[in-house]
Design a protein around this ligand. Structure first.
Ligand SMILES: *Cc1c(COP(=O)(O)O)cnc(C)c1O
Length: 221
């Protein structure tokens, strides 16, 4: 099943759109099956799960962190991941920069936008994005490469569209600022129920879990 699912999605994606397999709650066997079918990037929400999977899979794929990052996990995250998609504060950016400096690494990051402006959700509100990016663009061991958004989780995928449109606008606006050390290249939007709409609105990274691996046993993230 996993193999067929991956192939169907890959066939459908327009050129230039990258697929991240959202791996939360899946085991290494499931991930390996997806990789065999053509998955090149794994998205992890939890450091411990990522460590376990990395021990089996290693550098066969690229690893994106897509969960909520806590300061005390940054050191592990920086050593494991090729990209952190969920930077949403100066404090977390500063910590990533510090840990990367210790390791002699430059981390590509995306800034997570709370496009639904939901108080309990992570991400910076759209109004705060330019200021945040301006501030963290001076950190030498970070490379800002784009934006990520979840959008509110809703039944009807069409309801996500205007959150994607707004995030795309913000992406273009920040690109137009031509900030040093900022390369607005990736727009990570869309999940199982919304990735087609996200692509229509300019996403070039989609993060898909359920449609690859099936329904999760319990609701998370
Ligand atoms: C779980 C998750 C996804 C994938 O969600 P599905 O609906 O299973 O496709 C994408 N992005 C993030 C940040 C996630 O946590």
């Amino acid at each position: 099943m996993i193999r067929e699912n991956v192939k169907l999605i890959l066939d459908e994606l327009p050129p230039g759109v990258e697929l991240v397999a959202a791996a939360k709650t899946r085991n290494s066997e499931e991930l390996l099956e997806a990789i065999t079918a053509g998955i090149k990037i794994i998205g992890e929400n939890y450091i411990q799960e990522a460590k376990t999977a990395y021990q089996v899979i290693g550098n066969k794929v690229r690893w994106h962190f897509i969960g909520h990052l806590q300061k005390n996990k940054v050191k592990s995250a920086v050593s494991l991941f090729d990209m952190i998609e969920t930077v949403d504060s100066v404090a977390i950016a500063r910590e990533i920069n510090k840990r990367c400096a210790e390791m002699g690494k430059v981390m590509p990051i995306l800034v997570e936008i709370n496009s639904g402006r939901e108080p309990q959700k992570s991400g910076v509100v759209p109004e705060g994005a330019a200021q945040l990016i301006h501030e963290i663009s001076t950190y030498p061991n970070l490379k800002i490469t784009g934006l990520m958004t979840m959008g509110p989780r809703q039944g009807n995928p069409e309801d996500s569209r205007h959150y994607f449109i707004e995030t795309r606008r913000l992406f273009n606006q920040i690109k137009g600022l031509n900030l040093a050390n900022v390369e607005m290249r990736y727009l990570s939007m869309g999940m199982t129920n919304s990735y087609r709409i996200a692509i229509e609105e300019g996403a070039n990274i989609v993060r898909i879990g359920t449609k690859i691996f099936g329904q999760r046993d319990y609701t998370q993230g």
